[in-house]
Design a protein around this ligand. Structure first.
Ligand SMILES: *[C@@H]1O[C@H](CO)[C@@H](O)[C@H](O)[C@H]1NC(C)=O
Ligand SMILES: *[C@@H]1O[C@H](CO)[C@@H](O)[C@H](O)[C@H]1NC(C)=O
Ligand SMILES: *[C@@H]1O[C@H](CO)[C@@H](O)[C@H](O)[C@H]1NC(C)=O
Ligand SMILES: *[C@@H]1O[C@H](CO)[C@@H](O)[C@H](O)[C@H]1NC(C)=O
Ligand SMILES: *[C@@H]1O[C@H](CO)[C@@H](O)[C@H](O)[C@H]1NC(C)=O
Length: 439
């Protein structure tokens, strides 16, 4: 019995000594950490980070001259806000439209469509304009990076129907699925040329090869395969990166690497903007093929650039998809933090003494979220002001950027008076003043 007890006791005493020592060191470390280090705000990502294969931040110069060829209803808003935020944070000069939106679109860009800049040079163009490389080469610096975006053409058509209210505007479409009804007999319903503005000279169309139109495909050539091939070939030479909406996070990580930007630069508001719900009845293969034949240029563009996106990703090395995973993780944590950092407050109409809508305010109690350093980026903070910037919509940025835009000294008062400022959605007067120092 005694022997047995001592056999058990001796190692137990040793283990206890060991445990006490560990506890002592944990205690010392705890005191040290409380005293000298800030409590970490987020946990390390729940996966192992591979060895660094991409050159870290600062290893190359961030690209500051770029054009985003915005494509209608292709999810451009998310990307546009990223570009607007980057340009704002880096004091870049934008090509901004004189009217509320659109730099010349649906026509080709003209001098009078945009607000002149103080020194006559520009870094960034992100508003709707018809892509025409010859014109753009005159306007943008020679090292401009050209970026665009495409979306699966049927999803894009559904979004066009929704946004432009085509189900109601086009008479005689089936009620249950207007898009399917349209695709069944497109020639019957198609409105070939739409005039958006009185000075419109260039015809365009919403329901056929609309993405190709924004990218500069001349209407009337869609039946000639050789001109489509030439068009796709020219674009793949001229456009440095085409984002694909269905693979947005991969597209953005690739963008970050190509532009030599920080991970913080490509954060976005994960709640979809412009994405209103629409009916998504599955379509028969016959109808899908019919749409493919109808919007043939858009499909060929989409297939080509989705393939090249993945070819580029394939060349990025093994850690690419890990970075995408990490990016999603950061987006997730950012969303959770920002939900607390931004509070909804009622906006009062002083005149009528009633609440007109709700607006946002920064939660003064929320401090910041620290994202620890990884193989792809240095440590960075997300604070309530960044949450606000992520929440801002295209119109909010456009308003701020126009107010901040530096014009030539001798500009005619006619131009100054002609500039239209879009009304903001997220920003109210106090936020405009407090965060951006503009009215
Ligand atoms: C990371 O690099 C170290 C040193 O070069 C190497 O020993 C280790 O195996 C690498 N780890 C991975 C996961 O590649
Ligand atoms: C942008 O301009 C502001 C005010 O002139 C300045 O404080 C800031 O450092 C500039 N930022 C960059 C990235 O150049
Ligand atoms: C894009 O291409 C990749 C690689 O070929 C493929 O796996 C993916 O399904 C394609 N995406 C879409 C939305 O078609
Ligand atoms: C964040 O990730 C967790 C776990 O994967 C998930 O349950 C949660 O819904 C995500 N939150 C957001 C806001 O995406
Ligand atoms: C303003 O000055 C610039 C250079 O001094 C000149 O090129 C331009 O024509 C002037 N614009 C007007 C509207 O006077």
């Amino acid at each position: 019995m005694a022997n047995a007890t001592s056999n058990i006791t001796r190692p137990t005493i040793k283990s206890w000594g060991f445990v006490l020592m560990v506890l002592f060191f944990i205690g010392v470390y705890g005191i040290y950490r409380n005293k000298f280090m800030e409590e970490p705000q987020v946990r390390q990502p729940p996966y192992r980070i591979l060895n660094r294969t991409f050159k870290g931040e600062g290893a190359c110069d961030a690209k500051r001259n770029f054009m985003f060829v915005k494509v209608h209803k292709a999810g451009s808003t998310t990307a546009t806000c990223i570009f607007q935020r980057f340009g704002y944070e880096h004091n870049l000069t934008f090509v901004l439209s004189v009217i509320k939106s659109d730099v010349g679109w649906p026509n080709l860009l003209r001098q009078e469509d945009f607000i002149p800049s103080a020194d006559g040079t520009y870094n960034v163009l992100v508003d709707h304009t018809v892509y025409n490389r010859q014109l753009l080469d005159h306007l943008m610096p020679t090292d401009t990076v050209y970026i665009s975006i495409l979306r699966q053409p049927l999803a894009q058509l559904r979004s066009v129907f929704n946004w432009y209210g085509l189900a109601k505007k086009i008479k005689g479409l089936g009620r249950s699925d207007p898009v399917a009804s349209f695709i069944k007999s497109p020639n019957q319903f198609h409105v070939p040329y739409v005039k958006a503005l009185s000075h419109t000279r260039q015809p365009y169309t919403l329901e056929k090869n609309f993405m190709a139109y924004d990218l500069g495909f001349p209407l009337g050539l869609s039946d000639s395969q050789s001109s489509i091939d030439e068009f796709v070939e020219t674009l793949s030479r001229e456009i440095d990166l085409v984002l694909i909406l269905e693979h947005m996070d991969e597209s953005l990580v690739l963008l970050r690497r190509r532009m030599c930007w920080a991970l913080k630069d490509i954060l976005y508001n994960v709640e979809p903007k412009n994405l209103r719900s629409y009916k998504k009845t599955p379509m028969s293969t016959a109808l899908l093929n019919q749409h493919r034949r109808w919007s043939n240029v858009d499909y060929q563009l989409y297939d080509h650039f989705n393939a090249t996106l993945w070819q580029k990703i394939g060349k990025e090395g093994a850690d690419f998809l890990h970075e995408v995973h990490h990016f999603r993780n950061v987006l997730n944590q950012t969303t959770i933090f920002c939900t607390k950092a931004m509070v909804k407050v009622p906006a009062f109409d002083e005149k009528h003494k009633n609440v007109v809508r709700s607006t946002f305010a920064l939660n003064g109690k929320a401090s910041k979220l620290t994202i620890p350093k990884t193989a792809w980026h240095e440590e960075f903070d997300i604070d309530p002001a960044l949450c606000l910037k992520l929440k801002m919509e295209w119109v909010d940025w456009e308003h701020v950027l126009k107010k901040k835009h530096k014009m030539p000294q001798n500009i005619s008062s006619g131009i100054t008076r002609a500039i239209e400022y879009p009304s903001t959605k997220v920003l109210d007067k106090s936020l405009l003043l407090k965060i951006f120092d503009v009215d």
